[in-house]
Write a protein that binds this ligand. Structure first.
Ligand SMILES: [Zn+2]
Length: 117
């Protein structure tokens, strides 16, 4: 079976100090670009990136800072669309490179490169 797209969603919630729950749900769909790309590996990568993004929001970097107001509203609409290949560390999108039949994602960083894990 040829799998051409991967779609995932991640749900993350925790109980706040006032006993209300804060929940963030993210979903995205990614297209696989070559026949050799392992969709399961791609899905794992997406899960990792989504997880990082959600933790980033939860740690107070997103809007709301965990107020009770945010906890009672669907947080989904406040989150930006998570790009499939985006360096959270440097807030920079990765660019795809291909050479000798291999491909990878990276972005320029100073005199060198930051490569997607
Ligand atoms: Zn980077």
């Amino acid at each position: 079976m040829r799998v051409s797209t991967v779609s995932i969603s991640v749900r993350y919630s925790k109980q706040l100090a006032d006993a209300s729950y804060k929940t963030v749900e993210l979903g995205l769909e990614a297209s696989l670009t070559s026949n050799t790309e392992d969709w399961q590996e791609g899905q794992r990568t997406l899960y990792t990136q989504l997880g990082d993004q959600i933790r980033f929001v939860f740690n107070g970097n997103g809007s709301g800072n965990g107020t009770a107001k945010v906890a009672q509203e669907p947080a989904k609409a406040e989150l930006p669309e998570p790009p499939a290949h985006f360096c959270q560390q440097h807030r920079t999108p990765f660019v795809k490179f291909s050479k000798n039949g291999r491909s990878w994602w990276s972005h320029k960083l100073g005199n060198g490169w930051c490569r997607e894990a």
